[in-house]
Design a protein around this ligand. Structure first.
Ligand code: ADP
Length: 487
């Protein structure tokens, strides 16, 4: 049976609300499926910023949910810049508040996150069973990360139901809550088992997806293998090994409409592989913006990232004294962990005129860094897929990455062989330690001085294709399998 109707459940979707790569995927995969003539609808909580982003949200249903003390509305609109229908679950007491989707203004988790995302999942369940919009029942519910994990568990209790797919965008975020929260949520008792939602006497929202979804996927083939091992499995490796025949790694695609150096509205000087002059001009503009000396032959290394332990900033800080001795400038945009922020501030003060640092979240600046930098650094300890190295390739900004997850699947290290067969597009180091990182940066800087080699590397990077074309079709295959398993 051909899959036609897909309910895409997510807690963030670019450009409506974004904290990381999940939003990029949620904003672009549904559009890619739409382009394959599928009827995809995104379902998202009605956060205040999303409600405020446009006036056109129209109520299409009013309903009640267990354990929610106010009427719930389903609002309909379109994902801006696409024709993808988007539904918002409007529960003002849970979602209409100042702050981020998961955290308050101080960066602390909302204390009622378990209640918020349980309510969201109950709404997904009801919609998936055609109880709210009777003339539209999905063939597939595609859940993403722990915030939507319970939806797969709740749906598993229904006889007639859509197939369910659960995608792991980052296994380290699990939605863990005390046992007392399980009781408060009024979930059926049989979910309290190590074979269901219990995880070492805690409630694990992600297990709702991992245990109950018909099919599982994660965002790169390497990460799919890694999460079955103790080093990357976050305690869930045995469960994932148990379900390995249901687990697929599908590399994220990039939205090449939004990330195209020839059409990027955020950059001053458009360019492509045949006309690279614009890239040099964007570099000069970036150096100026960060008050760095405007030196065309000094390599600019860029970084754009959530500041989280995962991203390997400790390795960078350890490697920095060696790197800073070279003819190099470093430009960093990021926000998150306060300790990492402080570490970067201290580093930037120690090397005046060599490090440009902006703490914060800035979509426009992230595009300007991709366009203006020569090298892009991602020393992540683990990286389920990673999108910035893919954007970097497109922008001719050569990635230097740790060999893990999606970084290993997208960046081809420059070696004599990859140079000879013209497949190299970056620099990859094997171990997550400061000396390997430093050595890889040194290799990149050495290569940067050899104009012809660098030019070829840039051309090869810009030629690789990580658009959604093939990955969207792989999701359709996954949906078909999930549907068959559920019927
Ligand atoms: P993760 O999902 O772990 O944060 P990804 O590489 O998959 O990592 O996706 C990160 C996305 O968030 C990219 O689109 C990146 O450009 C963006 N991003 C991260 N930090 C910032 C920031 N401070 N300002 C602007 N964009 C950011």
């Amino acid at each position: 049976m051909a899959i036609e109707k897909i309910l895409f459940a997510t807690s963030e979707a670019h450009p409506l609300i974004k904290t990381g790569g999940l939003a990029d995927v949620s904003g672009s995969l549904p559009a890619a499926l739409n382009a394959l003539d599928k009827d995809v609808r995104i379902i998202l909580p009605a956060y205040r910023t999303v409600l405020d982003s446009c006036r056109d949200w129209k109520p299409i249903a009013h309903f009640e949910l267990p354990n929610v003390n106010e009427p719930v509305r389903l609002l309909e609109g379109q994902l801006p810049g696409t024709t993808v229908l988007t539904w918002l679950v409007d529960i003002p007491s849970l979602f209409d508040r100042e702050g981020g989707p998961y955290h308050d203004a101080n960066g602390l988790d909302w204390s009622d996150n378990a209640q918020r995302f349980t309510a969201f999942c109950r709404a997904i369940e009801a919609i998936a069973c055609a109880q709210i919009v009777p003339d539209w029942q999905p063939d597939i519910v595609h859940c993403n990360d722990w915030q939507t994990g319970l939806a797969a568990a709740l749906l598993s209790q229904h006889g007639e139901r859509p197939g369910t797919v659960f995608t792991i965008h980052n296994l380290a975020y699990q939605g863990l809550y005390p046992a007392s929260t399980f009781a408060e949520l009024q979930l059926t008792e049989n979910f309290w088992s190590m074979h269901a939602l219990e995880f070492h006497d805690q409630l694990s929202m992600i297990k709702g997806g991992l245990v109950f979804a018909d099919m599982l996927s994660t965002v790169s083939p390497t990460y799919a293998r890694e999460i079955q091992t103790p080093d990357f499995g976050c305690g869930l490796e045995a469960l994932l090994r148990h379900r390995q025949d249901r687990l697929l790694g599908i590399l994220n695609g990039a939205d090449y409409e939004a990330w195209n150096p020839l059409k990027d509205p955020y950059i001053e000087h458009p360019y492509d592989a045949n006309k690279l002059a614009g890239k040099a001009q964007n570099k000069a503009a970036l150096q100026t913006a960060f008050a760095l000396a405007k030196k065309p032959r000094t390599a600019v290394i860029g970084m754009i990232s959530r500041l989280a332990e995962q991203k390997g900033f400790d390795l960078l800080l350890e490697a920095l004294p060696g790197i800073m001795k070279k003819n190099v400038q470093l430009v960093i945009l990021g926000s998150g962990d306060k300790k990492i922020e402080q570490g970067l501030r201290d580093a930037s003060a120690s090397y005046p005129g060599k490090i440009g640092l902006q703490i914060g979240y800035d979509e426009a600046l992230s595009h300007r860094i991709e366009a203006g930098a020569d090298i892009f650094l991602m020393p992540s300890r683990y990286e389920p897929c990673g999108l910035n190295q893919i954007y970097s390739l497109r922008y001719g900004t050569i990635p230097v990455v740790h060999r893990t997850g999606g970084l290993a699947d997208t960046v081809v290290d420059l070696t004599p062989i990859s140079q000879a067969n013209h497949t190299a597009n970056g620099f990859v180091f094997d171990e997550a330690n400061a000396s390997d990182l430093r050595a890889a940066v040194f290799r990149a800087l050495e290569c940067y001085r050899q104009k012809n080699v660098w030019r070829e590397l840039v051309a090869q990077a810009m030629a690789v294709d990580f658009s959604w074309n093939s990955s969207a079709r792989r999701y359709l295959d996954l949906y078909r399998i999930a549907y068959e398993l559920s019927h």
